[in-house]
Design a protein around this ligand. Sequence first.
Ligand SMILES: [Zn+2]
Length: 51
Amino acid sequence: MLSKQFIKQIVRLEPPSTTHHECRYCGYSVEKDVDECPQCGSYEIAAYDLK
Ligand SMILES: [Zn+2]
């Protein structure tokens, strides 16, 4: 029998990799917690949902 608690644990184990983050100006791919592009110094980081 699946409890609600068990289902929550499965969701938590899902890797949060469905969103791609990259610079709006040069297209450089960055980590999700980066808000400044290391390539061109822009703060315009775009997030694309890959689902
Ligand atoms: Zn950039």
